[in-house]
Write a protein that binds this ligand. Structure first.
Ligand code: GLY
Length: 420
């Protein structure tokens, strides 16, 4: 079959790489894609252009459209494409509200008894001030709408919380995404990323992954979209079962009861606390950079698996016993305003079976690879165990350099401790 992938970052490059080794896939198209995607025809079209994407898919006889990022899904791209008779991997607009509105997500969790931390809805500095005594520091303030990873404020004290509230509600730093927010109780513990493929009624789980959200080592510095991932994360079987019973099953039941056309992935951000698992957030698309370490661990045909979900069936996934690690190499000044147009030295196309790059934010300028986004390259390592995968990812990362590049040196360190 021919497949169309919507998106352009490291997550979509990982999907393209998986499709390239899927026997079921003949040709790959991408909107807009990136110039490092192998054997892929990239089309310069906006991801917001639903009619254009439908026409492109039909003109190129694409049986399947895989939508990577959340924004087009929240804008209803899957609905538009399905109305044109296409098979789509991605939820409808109503289902996408679980990520597009943090308030909607919390209300869904409450309705279906999914464990999460206590919260209050707030829409002004005044309301935050009144709600503050009901919580203990550190405080978590989350903008309701989509904010490209910039909507969560973790505040150490009341002054920091009020400052964040002023930024959201008075300075409108996130625009309408910050019209409303959630003030919630911080949960200490460790974070894991749990993914299920679902047809909106049933599901199959992927191995657990762990992201590293802060910019610097030892979870210091500002929050980012994710600076690196490892998979599989091993946690006690009893905890995995608790997640399945208390979080995943009620979530999928909720998707069904709400009547969503949910054919895609639910990415559940979980905090494992002393009181058990608590949901931090739902995402309605694959994680970035979690996808980069999860897809290579499936030994079957991803093209077939995506198509099955898009048609409303549940695939049988078989997993290898390997591990994978991803080290994100970011541009100078990420996550603020990343410095773009800087020439990348070394071998950004260096690729082997067990270590390679995925391109997240690069461009080709007169035959030179340059930085073109915040997260620039993903160095991927695979190995027979986690330690080997991490070593290979770091070995790969050494193959490029540019002034001001940033990477963490401790990706996977916590997972090695928890897992061993
Ligand atoms: N890695 C976190 C995310 O994709 O939201």
């Amino acid at each position: 079959m021919n497949v169309l992938v919507v998106g352009k970052g490291g997550r979509e490059h990982a999907i393209v790489r998986a499709l390239n080794i899927s026997p079921s896939v003949q040709s790959i198209h991408a909107v807009p894609g990136n110039p490092a995607m192998e054997n892929t025809q990239c089309h310069d079209l906006s991801v917001a252009d639903g009619a254009g994407i439908a026409k492109l898919a039909k003109d190129n006889d694409c049986q399947l459209v895989i939508v990577g990022p959340e924004d087009p899904l929240a804008a209803g791209l899957a609905d538009t494409l399905r109305a044109e008779g296409l098979f789509v991997f991605g939820p409808d607009q109503a289902g996408a509200r679980l990520e597009a509105s943090k308030v909607a997500a919390k209300e869904f969790m409450k309705k279906y008894s999914v464990p999460t931390s206590n919260y209050q809805r707030v829409a002004s500095v005044d309301e935050v001030e009144k709600a503050m005594p009901n919580f203990t520091p550190p405080y978590v303030l989350k903008a309701d709408g989509l904010a490209a990873g910039k909507g969560v404020f973790i505040c150490q004290n009341q002054e920091e919380l009020l400052q964040a509230a002023r930024e959201l509600f008075e300075q409108k730093t996130l625009g309408s995404a910050g019209d409303e927010a959630i003030l919630e109780q911080f949960q200490p513990g460790y974070e894991i990323s749990y993914f299920v493929l679902t047809n909106g009624e049933d599901f199959c789980s992927l191995p657990l992954a762990q992201d590293h959200k802060r910019l610097r080592d030892n979870d210091q510095g500002p929050n980012t979209g994710g600076m690196g991932t490892v998979a599989p994360m091993r946690i006690p079987a009893v905890m995995e079962d608790q997640i399945l019973q208390e979080v995943v099953k009620p979530t999928v039941q909720g998707l069904k009861r709400e009547g969503f056309v949910y054919r895609g992935v639910v990415f559940i951000g979980l905090m494992i606390t002393d009181q058990g698992p608590k949901v931090i957030e739902y995402n309605i698309r694959f994680g970035d950079p979690e996808t980069q370490v999860l897809l290579p661990l499936m030994s079957g045909d991803w093209g077939e698996a995506f198509l099955k979900i898009a048609k409303g069936a549940i695939p049988k996934l078989t997993w290898s016993s390997e591990a994978a690690a991803c080290v994100v190499i970011a541009a100078e000044n990420y996550p603020g305003s990343p410095v773009k147009g800087v020439a990348i030295q070394g071998e950004p196309l260096a690729s082997g079976d067990n270590q390679y790059f995925l391109h997240a934010g690069t461009a080709l300028s007169h035959d030179t690879w340059v930085t073109a986004g915040g997260r620039v390259l993903n160095a991927i390592g695979r190995g027979s165990h986690l330690k080997e995968a991490i070593e290979r990812a770091y070995d790969q990362a050494k193959k490029v350099s540019w002034p001001g590049m940033q990477l963490r040196s401790d990706i996977g360190k916590k997972a090695l401790k928890i897992t061993s």
